[in-house]
Design a protein around this ligand. Structure first.
Ligand code: GDP
Ligand code: MG
Length: 217
């Protein structure tokens, strides 16, 4: 049994390495085209799409934007983004709980890469699977919300280690949640002292200016 276990670990490592190779290729292409890229990860319902909608509204007059949204089966997020008049490609991953570099690579020919300044990629809603699978973006933004509970950061150390920015969203609900957002900030910094943490409410707009600053946009 233990022998089988090792084999599974080996296969996983091979998959991660193969994915990294494609991610590097994609990242090189993005750099050649001068596109800034962000991979947004977090659980379903954390507010990833709503934050992206808010960012799109703020940034679409200043930059040429495009988005890729990923989930297992629907087109809902892409439709939400398209309502803001911005190009968005939906990827459905089927049974897979993370986007892979290869899945992103497959849709690049649908994007006008010569006419984009910024590409946001919304990963599949999951706090575990995407940790190992980079997709070739410059920065990774992990989004959690205070409604996921005060331990959501500390229970997902790998994703916080592998991210550049942490967004703690739904801060407008702080009075109805028995959660200390400042403790969540501390947890994130304990896991990764280099991570930049922003408290936001995609609903009220609180913290979004700070997020734009942190993303250097
Ligand atoms: N109160 C509140 N609700 C939010 C906030 N951000 C998102 N939501 C709501 O949370 C739900 C999930 O948001 P969505 O953007 O679809 O999350 P995603 O699955 O991470 O993309 C939606 O009903 C949003 O309206 C927020 O900052 N405050
Ligand atoms: Mg979404």
């Amino acid at each position: 049994m233990s022998g089988q276990g090792f084999k599974i670990v080996d296969i996983e490592q091979d998959l991660i390495k193969a994915n990294e190779k494609i991610a590097k290729k994609i990242q090189k292409l993005f750099h050649e085209k001068g596109i800034k890229t962000f991979d947004i990860v977090g659980a379903i319902g954390a507010g990833k799409t709503m934050i992206l909608e808010t960012l799109v509204e703020r940034l679409k007059g200043k930059y040429r934007l495009a988005l890729v949204t990923a989930d297992v089966t629907t087109e809902i997020d892409a439709d939400r983004i398209r309502r803001h008049g911005v190009k968005c490609i939906q990827i459905n991953t089927g049974r897979e709980c993370a986007l892979t570099a290869s899945l992103l690579q497959n849709v690049l020919d649908q994007l006008p890469l010569d006419d984009i300044d910024i590409l946001f990629v919304e990963n599949v809603g999951n706090l575990i699977c995407p940790a190992d699978f980079v997709v070739g973006c410059d920065k990774r933004i992990v989004v959690v919300s205070i409604t996921e509970g005060g331990h959501v950061v500390i229970k997902h150390p790998l994703l916080f280690k592998m991210s550049d920015v942490a967004v703690i969203n739904k801060i407008d609900l702080r009075d109805v949640m028995d959660v200390d957002p400042e403790k969540m900030v501390k947890d994130a910094l304990d896991i990764n002292p280099y991570i930049k943490v922003v408290l936001t409410s995609a609903k009220t707009g609180e913290g979004i200016d700070e997020l734009v600053d942190v993303l250097e946009l």
